[in-house]
Design a protein around this ligand. Structure first.
Ligand SMILES: [Zn+2]
Ligand SMILES: [Zn+2]
Length: 268
């Protein structure tokens, strides 16, 4: 069964296309479990709107529910639509994420690191900062935040695990030890990691996480879900054929998804 749990909407203002078109594309691609996961309101960037505003959260929920009624309420519906949220991890204060998850009834929360301090390292305009420090040091800092996210226990799914490689910067001395350390910690946490296919369209030209990292996650018993991180309807399910063969090659037989924050495993 195909699952795509990471899809944005035009409400976050850096994605486009009607939500209905994302669903139609998912159906066309044979995806049976489809989840919206737009950016939570506390993702902020000076001068740019990156996320839902607090006022837009009820609108987002209403729109997802309307699509659920239209597309997935019949017993023989071709698709199940889930309501998730991609939440930025704020290492200094988790209270907002916790309050938010209590207030709204999401199916799942994807936890993501998009900032090292105030540096939006995945934004093209801020790429020059990769030249200011040894890349290994940047990786250590980034994965330090990932580890804090995992230890917080707040989120169901780890989003784009090695996003730091997006622009193709890699530590010269390698980062196998970091991968091993992070994979073991996630294995102990019970968290699910997404195989996020969007990196194929970025300078890294690879999935998040890469094959070697995925093998380590498998070794530590970490369940995997799939996400295309779509920002346009045509992105939905991108590179899923390759993702599925890779998962099988690594040894995965099941894909995880969540309903009302309860993990469900389905055969690939
Ligand atoms: Zn993200
Ligand atoms: Zn995303």
């Amino acid at each position: 069964m195909l699952v795509d749990l990471h899809n944005h909407t035009e409400l976050c203002c850096h994605a486009s296309g009607a939500m209905e078109d994302y669903v139609r594309q998912a159906i066309a691609k044979g995806i049976s479990i489809f989840g919206f996961a737009d950016h939570s309101p506390w993702m902020k960037q000076e001068g740019i709107k990156m996320a839902l505003s607090y006022d837009e959260v009820p609108i987002y929920i209403e729109r997802v529910q309307e699509l659920q009624r239209r597309f997935s309420s019949a017993p023989d519906a071709p698709i199940k639509i889930l309501m998730g949220m991609e939440m930025d991890f704020l290492p200094e204060d988790n209270s907002e994420a916790l309050r938010f998850l209590k207030e709204y009834d999401f199916d799942y929360a994807i936890g993501s690191v998009h900032y090292i301090g105030t540096w939006g390292f995945d934004q093209e305009e801020q790429i020059s900062q990769f030249e200011t420090k040894p890349v290994r040091q940047i990786y250590e800092h980034y994965f330090g935040l990932v580890k804090e996210l995992v230890k917080s226990g707040i989120f169901d799914i780890m989003g784009h695990l090695d996003l730091i490689k997006k622009f193709g910067y890699f530590p010269e001395s390698g980062w196998d030890d970091i991968q091993e350390d992070v994979a073991r910690l996630i294995g102990e946490s019970g968290m699910v990691v997404e195989l996020n296919t969007s990196g194929m369209d970025k300078p890294a030209q690879d999935f998040y996480p890469n094959t070697q990292f995925l093998k380590r996650l498998h070794k530590h018993g970490v369940p995997i879900t799939l996400g295309s991180d779509s920002h346009h309807p045509e992105d939905v399910g991108r590179y899923f054929d390759r993702a599925i063969s890779l998962l099988k090659e690594v040894g995965y037989k099941e894909i995880a998804y969540f309903e009302k924050r309860k993990r469900i495993l389905t055969k690939i």
